[in-house]
Design a protein around this ligand. Structure first.
Ligand code: SF4
Length: 346
């Protein structure tokens, strides 16, 4: 029996956007009701250990009825175990009603937004080529406002590219002004990071300290803890992307795909075959599934799923990110972070 379950459900591979750096396979498959209830039944049979339940896509809001359905299935378990609900979305299909639902159910919502319009729309385009990416950006901002009004806990998933790195700080300030504290900064994978871009990334990240110090002077003290936990979470995430973190031996990490495949970590186009552990239709006991000690990123490096120069860039950008986040933590909180633990986002 696992001491902790980290379960992700991919509600659909489909998305209404076509971000240049997206690595999700855009198959039109949606998770159906039967498979969803089976996921909930299997979870109910596990030990009542803490459960992180992640709602993923594609764009999960394109399969909204199933999102609501899984929450309904999970309610009986929520009294018996600690369940944290996390959803990742581009927020373009987020209405006031949906935002209220997510807030009321206690979701941590991660919104894919890179900052201001110019940076965001540079690589995030609409699936419908005739649609204006600026309209989708406005829809994302409207979604953020709905979440904020509903009182939901929100983080921003900011992709930074060599073309937008010089605007990283101003994009971060923009998002902080929208009320966000947890900024998940993801250096893009697959675009060439030259030395001058890395220097720019370093410069921009170093200046974050000034921004957050200013923020701490005016923000309520209870929010300082949100910031502390979010920086720890980013240090952990960078360590995972560098390939230096194994899956914890006592945690069961599983990802359910919309077609019923079960993976041992987050799949993407190049790694998904190596991550398959089984199929939902032939599984009756989650704890009996074979375990995957190597994470998706470790397999990516081991088996060179990307060209060596791409893998080198992933390591270089994430090492830089980890170092600067560690410095930021020490600078803001007066002592070095403990990095041997996994931290959930606030
Ligand atoms: S919004 Fe997310 S899932 Fe959709 S294309 Fe962009 S990165 Fe991919």
């Amino acid at each position: 029996m696992a001491a902790r379950y980290q379960i992700s459900v991919i509600f659909t591979d489909a998305c209404n956007m076509r971000c240049a750096y997206c690595t999700t396979a855009k198959r039109p498959s949606h998770l159906d009701s039967d498979r969803l209830s089976k996921v909930a039944r299997l979870l109910a049979r596990t030990s009542p250990a803490p459960l992180d339940l992640n709602f993923h896509g594609g764009e999960p809001l394109l399969n909204w009825p199933r999102v609501v359905e899984l929450v309904t299935h999970m309610r009986p378990q929520m009294g018996e175990r600690r369940v944290s609900l996390n959803l990742c979305t581009n927020a373009t299909h987020l209405t006031a009603e949906r935002a209220r639902f997510l807030a009321d159910e206690g979701f941590n919502v991660r919104v894919s937004i890179d900052g201001r319009k110019a940076s965001h729309t540079r690589f995030r385009k609409a699936r419908d080529r005739k649609a204006d990416p600026a309209d989708l950006y406005d829809a994302t901002l409207a979604g953020l406002r709905h979440l904020s009004k509903a009182g939901a806990r929100v983080a921003a998933n900011m992709v930074v590219t060599p073309n937008t790195v010089d605007d990283l700080l101003s994009n971060a300030v923009f998002l902080i002004k929208q009320g966000l504290v947890h900024l998940v900064i993801s250096p893009v994978v697959g675009m060439p990071w030259e030395d001058r871009h890395l220097l720019a990334l370093d410069r921009q990240l170093r200046q974050m300290s000034v921004v957050w110090r200013h923020w701490m002077r005016t923000a309520p003290t209870r929010r300082h803890e949100d910031l502390r936990r979010s920086i720890l979470s980013e240090i952990d995430r960078a360590t995972y992307c560098i390939g230096e973190r194994m899956n914890q031996p006592d945690a069961l990490v599983l990802v359910f795909g919309p077609d019923g495949r079960i993976f041992g970590d987050e799949p993407e186009i190049r790694t998904e075959k190596a991550l398959v552990l089984g199929h939902l239709d032939h599984t009756e006991d989650l704890d009996a599934l074979p375990s995957l000690p190597r994470t998706a990123f470790q397999l990516m490096y081991d088996r060179e799923f990307y060209a060596p120069h791409v893998l080198r860039d992933v390591r270089r950008t994430h090492r830089l990110l980890r170092n600067r986040m560690t410095d930021l933590y020490t600078d803001l909180f007066g002592h070095a972070p403990q990095t041997n633990l996994r931290f959930s986002a606030p």
